[in-house]
Design a protein around this ligand. Structure first.
Ligand SMILES: NC(=O)c1ccc[n+]([C@@H]2O[C@H](COP(=O)([O-])OP(=O)(O)OC[C@H]3O[C@@H](n4cnc5c(N)ncnc54)[C@H](OP(=O)(O)O)[C@@H]3O)[C@@H](O)[C@H]2O)c1
Length: 185
């Protein structure tokens, strides 16, 4: 498959790009600073810039961890236009452009317990999970959408290659639609 990975230079995106390539897919890496540049806040130009895509994977952007009683509203809501609304817009554009049976895989995240600064992250992550679960039921033409919701990723947490395997499943398994995958066990 021809797959775009948005956020391909990040911790998760690097592992996802490698895992998809290992499976024989052609991966187009994209981020704000890569050769093909895209800001997820404005995903409209993706499909004219990268034609003939079968699958879209987004593991870009995040929110800031600002405690509920700190910072400005703008600082607290960092990530609204990118991680939350950017991925919503991306799914809607993908529905217009992907071929029949194409897939969209977004990224949320899981906080094991409330920690200072995690409230906006929880709103974003659970909003994305709910959005994908319900939007998936409306998708036309056999299109599929899923979301990956890992816990902390790293050497002393969930290894990036374990998380990447969930993205590969979402791209390859035609039975997966509306699912949240990759939650920590
Ligand atoms: N790492 C974790 O422990 C963890 C756990 C759960 C969920 N997550 C979620 O997984 C996603 C990726 O996390 P990560 O740790 O891999 O992040 P990361 O290492 O900081 O990498 C972020 C990637 O996204 C790109 N990016 C950032 N803002 C962007 C934008 N506005 N438009 C397009 N690309 C953008 C970055 O490249 P450029 O700077 O070149 O744009 C980079 O490739 C985030 O949504 C994060 O919240 C991460």
């Amino acid at each position: 498959m021809n797959v775009v990975v948005i956020g391909a230079t990040g911790t998760i995106g690097t592992a996802v790009t490698a895992a998809l390539r290992e499976r024989g897919h052609h991966v187009v890496p994209v981020s704000r600073t890569s050769e093909i540049q895209l800001d997820i806040a404005h995903p409209d130009r993706l499909f004219s810039t990268v034609p003939n895509l079968d699958a879209v994977v987004c593991c870009a952007a995040s929110g800031a961890l600002v405690p509920i009683d700190a910072g400005t509203d703008e600082e607290f809501l960092t990530g609204l236009e990118t991680k939350l609304l950017g991925q919503v817009r991306l799914l809607r554009r993908a529905v217009e452009h992907l071929p029949d049976g194409g897939s969209i895989t977004l990224t949320a995240g899981t906080f094991a317990a409330p920690t200072p600064g995690s409230a906006f992250g929880a709103l974003t992550n659970q909003g994305l999970e709910a959005f994908v679960r319900v939007a998936a039921a409306e998708l036309p033409r056999g299109l599929r959408a899923n979301v990956i919701s890992p816990g902390w990723v790293g050497d002393d947490a969930t290894p990036a290659d374990v998380v990447a395997a969930a993205y590969v499943r979402a791209v390859e398994d035609p039975t997966l639609n509306g699912q949240t995958l990759g939650r920590p066990t």
